[in-house]
Design a protein around this ligand. Structure first.
Ligand SMILES: *[C@@H]1O[C@H](CO)[C@@H](O)[C@H](O)[C@H]1NC(C)=O
Ligand SMILES: *[C@@H]1O[C@H](CO)[C@@H](O)[C@H](O)[C@H]1NC(C)=O
Length: 278
C-alpha cells in the first residue's frame, strides 16, 4: 500500500490547490459500530466519495461529510448538511433561534444523520432483549422513512430522529403504556403495528410503524397532524411538535423544557438533528 499512499498524498496536495474541490483533502472515514475500521487511505472512491449516501461510512468525531462525500472540517464540509454535533447540550426556552435553539440550516443532511446513527441502529435491540435488526430490516426502515416523508411532506430527518429518540431504530422495540399502548419504532399513539417478539419483522409492519407515527392513528396524532396544528414555522415548529408528540400539548408558558413526559425531549430532538448520537 505504500505506493498508493504516496500517490494519493500527491493527489490530495494537488487537489488542495483547486478552488472548489479543496474538499478532497481526505480524512479517514470508517464504518461505525461494526469494528470494521478501514485504514486512512484504503477506501477512497474518487467517483463516489468516502462517506454519506449509501457508502455506509461516517466521518470521525469532529469531522463532517461534505455534499461530495468527503470528511473534513469547515464550512465546505459542515455548512448545510454536515453532522456538526460532537456532544449534546441542553436547549431551553421557546424553541426559537433567539433562545439559542439551532436553525434548520444547521441540521445535518438525511444521509449524514443516517450514517451517524447506523452503528447505534445496528445494535439497538440489545436493550430490549430482542434480536437486532437484520440489514434487510434496517434498509426497509430507511426506505419507509424516506417514502412516508415524501408522501406526507414531513421532513425525513424529523421522522428519523423521532425513531432514534423513541426506539433507537429497533424494529422489535417493546410497547410502552401510558393512557394507551404506544407500540413500534415511533411508539405510535395506540398504534396497530409492533414486531416485538416477531423475527423477521414484515416490511408491511415496518412501514405501518413509520406511517402511524408520522401520519397518525385512528385515535391519535402523528407528526403530520401535530405540525399542521402549530402556527409557528421552521425549526421552532419542529421543536414544538416534538414537545407535543411526547406530552400531548405545549406547556402554557411556551418553555419547551416544561410540561413533558420527558422534559428534555425537544432538546434531544434538536441535538439529534445536528447529528448527535446518544
Ligand atoms: C425553562 O424551564 C426550565 C426548567 O423549568 C428552566 O430551568 C429554564 O430557566 C426555563 N427557561 C426560560 C427561558 O424560561
Ligand atoms: C460511533 O458509535 C458510538 C457508539 O454507538 C457513538 O458514541 C459515536 O458517537 C459514533 N460516532 C459517529 C461519528 O457516529
Amino acid at each position: 500500500m505504500k505506493q498508493a499512499f504516496i500517490t494519493l498524498l500527491a493527489l490530495a496536495t494537488a487537489a488542495a490547490a483547486l478552488p472548489s474541490h479543496a474538499a478532497r483533502l481526505h480524512q479517514r472515514a470508517f464504518r461505525n459500530g461494526t469494528g470494521d475500521d478501514v485504514s486512512a487511505w484504503d477506501n477512497i472512491d474518487w467517483a463516489h466519495g468516502t462517506c454519506g449516501g449509501n457508502t455506509g461510512y461516517v466521518c470521525q468525531s469532529g469531522y463532517c461529510c461534505s455534499q461530495y462525500g468527503y470528511c473534513g472540517t469547515g464550512a465546505e464540509y459542515c455548512g448545510g448538511g454536515g453532522a456538526t454535533c460532537t456532544s449534546p447540550r441542553l436547549y431551553q426556552g421557546d424553541g426559537s433561534t433567539g433562545a439559542g435553539w439551532p436553525a434548520a440550516e444547521a441540521w445535518a443532511s438525511f444521509d449524514n444523520l443516517w450514517n451517524a446513527n447506523a452503528g447505534t441502529i445496528a445494535i439497538s435491540c440489545n436493550q430490549f432483549g430482542q434480536a437486532n435488526n437484520s440489514p434487510t430490516e434496517t434498509a426497509q426502515m430507511k426506505n419507509a422513512i424516506l417514502s412516508i416523508a415524501a408522501s406526507s411532506g414531513v421532513d425525513a430527518r424529523f421522522i428519523l430522529v423521532t425513531v432514534m429518540q423513541e426506539s433507537k431504530g429497533c424494529v422489535r422495540v417493546w410497547t410502552s403504556y401510558g393512557a394507551h399502548p404506544n407500540p413500534g419504532l415511533m411508539q405510535d399513539h395506540n398504534g396497530q403495528y409492533t414486531c416485538y417478539g416477531t423475527n423477521p419483522c414484515p416490511e408491511s409492519y415496518i412501514q405501518g410503524m413509520i406511517r402511524e407515527g408520522t401520519t397518525g392513528t385512528s385515535s391519535g396524532d402523528g407528526l403530520l397532524q401535530i405540525l399542521n396544528k402549530l402556527s409557528t414555522s421552521g425549526a421552532r415548529k419542529t421543536y414544538q411538535a416534538a414537545r407535543v408528540y411526547n406530552s400531548g400539548s405545549l406547556p402554557g408558558d411556551g418553555n419547551l423544557s416544561n410540561g413533558g413526559a420527558t422534559n428534555s425531549y425537544p432538546s434531544d430532538i434538536a441535538n439529534r438533528l445536528l447529528g448527535c448520537v446518544f
